[in-house]
Design a protein around this ligand. Structure first.
Ligand code: HEM
Length: 330
């Protein structure tokens, strides 16, 4: 049911783009007003959520660890698995963000005949996630050629490396193969695996379908329908320089591509896609585990009037002595 409603929601976005393309007076709305509104929603929503996270109390060091923490000098500590320095914390975070290290260790559970509970590796999920995220980033960077003049050298270099195999004209870009393969795998996994299907929500499918639509329409434009890139660049430059022009009539696919992207951008801050920012703000990852090296006192602790054993013993000193009980301070 969730999968169907998400698919319908994305098809509605596509249908709006098609109608917007057919009716000339609506082209400005699809190509200018909607993208600006989407970017505004993205920026405001993103800042709002980051500020809300940043303002939430973190009274304790709750670092997640899977190694020996730093304590006595003769016990070997693991600087990466239980980082106790800023450098160790940054290194662990970098490996997590760039290589999805914790996902690499992810395991799969299956109930086999018997019944027998079996645990196995889940490396394909890691590989697909890595392929998808890196391809998305590279495609995003390559798209800067539409928004910058002159095009920076690094964008051209990325493009050349991506088309390294020089197969066909226009040359096949590796990221296009990877992103479509990875997205296909991620969708099939959600649909095929009963446990994953059970926990999948509308929002999981919606984001996935939006990105699939974006990638498929882009690939279609590049290899099959061949759009006029010069007029698209003019339009894109107008958007970023705040001198917008109506999108050129380069074909329905470009309108679909643009509207799917606008929907994705506007939806981003309200969805789980915010894990992009959340990973950096997660106290289980961004804090060093110094719990045994340093005494951490919760800064919000209410001042409590304490009555120590020493004070108690002093108060009842005579009575304790008279009862013949041992005293710490004679
Ligand atoms: C992060 C957002 C975006 C994603 C993930 C995305 C995805 C893609 C993909 C996968 C392709 C296939 C070819 C390639 O990889 O270059 C493509 C092509 C294309 N995209 Fe995007 N796109 C995005 C944003 C945009 C924007 C904002 C524009 C509008 C200026 C745009 C316009 C185009 C055009 C014109 C093509 C055809 C390129 C060619 O023929 O070489 N895309 N897009």
């Amino acid at each position: 049911m969730n999968v169907l409603s998400a698919l319908i929601a994305v098809l509605i976005v596509v249908a709006i783009a098609i109608v917007g393309f057919q009716i000339e007076s609506l082209r400005g709305l699809i190509g200018v007003i909607v993208p600006y509104a989407a970017i505004s929603a993205f920026l405001l929503g993103f800042i709002f959520r980051v500020f809300r996270w940043a303002g939430s109390a973190v009274p304790f060091r709750i670092t997640t660890t899977c190694g020996q923490q730093k304590s006595l000098p003769w016990i070997k500590a693991s600087w990466l698995e239980s980082p106790y320095t800023r450098l160790g914390t940054i290194a662990r975070m970098a490996l997590e963000v760039l290589l999805f290290r914790s996902l690499f260790r992810n395991t799969r559970m299956e109930l086999r005949e018997g019944p027998r509970l079996v645990y196995g590796e889940e490396k394909l999920l890691w590989l697909a996630a890595l392929a998808f995220h890196w391809s998305f980033l590279i495609i995003f960077l390559r798209h800067l050629r539409f928004f910058m003049e002159p095009v920076p050298a690094f964008v051209l270099t990325i493009h050349t490396l991506d088309g390294f195999f020089q197969i066909g004209t226009p040359e096949l870009l590796l990221t296009n193969v990877f992103i479509l393969g990875a997205l296909g795998f991620l969708l099939l996994r959600r649909l095929q695996n009963p446990q994953v299907r059970f926990i999948s929500l509308f929002t999981d499918y919606f984001a996935l379908f939006l990105i699939i639509g974006l990638a498929v329409s882009g690939v279609w434009m590049r290899y099959f329908s061949k759009v006029d890139l010069l007029s698209i660049k003019e339009f894109a430059m107008g958007l970023v320089t705040f001198r917008p022009v109506t999108p050129p009539p380069v074909g329905i696919l470009f309108y679909i591509h643009l509207l799917l992207l606008s929907a994705l951008i506007a939806y981003f801050p309200f969805s789980k896609l915010m894990h992009m920012a959340g990973v950096f703000l997660s106290p289980t990852r961004n804090l060093a585990n110094t719990n045994r090296m340093v005494r951490h006192v919760n800064p919000w602790n209410h001042p409590v009037k304490v009555h120590s054993y020493g004070e108690w013993e002093e108060e009842f000193h005579d009575k304790i002595k008279a009862a013949g009980l041992p005293l710490e301070k004679e």
